[in-house]
Design a protein around this ligand. Structure first.
Ligand SMILES: O=C(CO)[C@H](O)[C@H](O)COP(=O)(O)O
Length: 222
C-alpha cells in the first residue's frame, strides 16, 4: 500500500512559510490547516495565504478546512489549485453535493471526521470521496496527544473501503509521530499528517523520511 507523509504547517514559523516548506523537500503533500475560530477555537490562515503558497511550491496542497459553512468556502480552495480539500461532515450542509463540486473542479474530495463522529452513517457515501480524514486529536491545535481510541474507527473505515472495492485514502491527523505511526498503518491508514513531530525535529526533512520508512517497513513486515 503506498504511504504518504503530509507535514502540517500549523507548527511551522508562519512568518517564514516559504522557507519552512523548503525545509521539507521529501514531503508528499503539504497539509494546510484553515481554522475560523468558530468550528474550532483557533484562527489560522485563509485563501490569500494559500494562493501565495501555491506560487512558491510545486508540492500538492492538502487543505483541511476546519470552518463553518464549507459548502460556501471549499470550492474557492479547489478553484485556487488545492490538490485535495477536506471539509468536516459536522459542518457541511450538503456533503455529497460539495464533494461532487470539488471533484468537478479537479480536486480530491475528502470527508473529515472529528473524534466523536462515527464513520458508520457515511459508509454508503464513500464512493463520492477520494479520502477520509480521521482526526486523532480534537481539532484546533497541534502538539496534542494521539487518541488511540480512534484506531477502531480507522480499522472499520479500511474494512468498509475494502468491502466496497472503493479506492480512497485514509488520512490520520493529530499526534502522528515515530511512536504512533505504526499503530495507524496497522489499523489501515495510508496518509499521515504530522505537524509538531516534523517541525520540532532538528532536521524536519529527515523526520519526514523516517516517518515514511517506518510506515513502509511496518506495512511490509506486519
Ligand atoms: O488538524 C490539526 C489540528 O486540528 C493539525 O493538522 C494536527 O494536529 C497536526 O499537528 P500535530 O502533528 O502536532 O498533532
Amino acid at each position: 500500500m503506498p504511504v504518504r507523509i503530509t507535514p502540517s504547517i500549523l507548527n511551522a514559523d508562519f512568518a517564514n512559510l516559504q522557507a519552512e516548506i523548503e525545509r521539507i523537500p521529501s514531503a508528499d503533500l503539504l497539509h494546510i490547516d484553515v481554522m475560523d475560530n468558530h468550528f474550532v477555537p483557533n484562527l489560522t490562515i485563509g485563501l490569500p495565504v494559500v494562493e501565495s503558497l501555491l506560487k512558491v511550491t510545486d508540492k500538492p496542497l492538502d487543505l483541511h478546512l476546519m470552518i463553518e459553512d464549507p459548502d460556501r468556502w471549499a470550492p474557492a480552495y479547489a478553484e485556487a489549485g488545492a490538490s485535495s480539500v477536506s471539509f468536516h461532515v459536522e459542518a457541511a450542509k450538503a456533503p455529497v453535493r460539495l464533494a461532487r463540486e470539488l471533484r468537478a473542479q479537479g480536486a480530491r474530495a475528502s470527508l473529515g471526521l472529528k473524534p466523536a463522529t462515527p464513520i458508520e452513517p457515511y459508509l454508503d457515501l464513500l464512493g463520492e470521496f477520494d479520502m477520509v480524514l480521521i482526526m486523532t486529536v480534537e481539532p484546533g491545535f497541534g502538539g496534542q496527544k494521539f487518541l488511540d481510541i480512534m484506531l477502531p474507527k480507522i480499522r472499520r473505515t479500511r474494512e468498509a473501503i475494502k468491502t466496497r472495492g472503493a479506492d480512497l485514502w485514509i488520512q490520520v491527523d493529530g499526534g502522528v509521530s515515530e511512536s504512533t505511526i505504526d499503530q495507524c498503518i496497522e489499523a489501515g491508514a495510508d496518509t499521515f499528517v504530522a505537524g509538531s513531530a516534523v517541525f520540532s525535529a532538528d532536521d524536519p526533512d529527515a523526520m519526514v523520511r523516517t516517518l515514511r520508512d517506518r510506515a513502509v517497513n511496518f506495512g511490509r513486515c506486519c
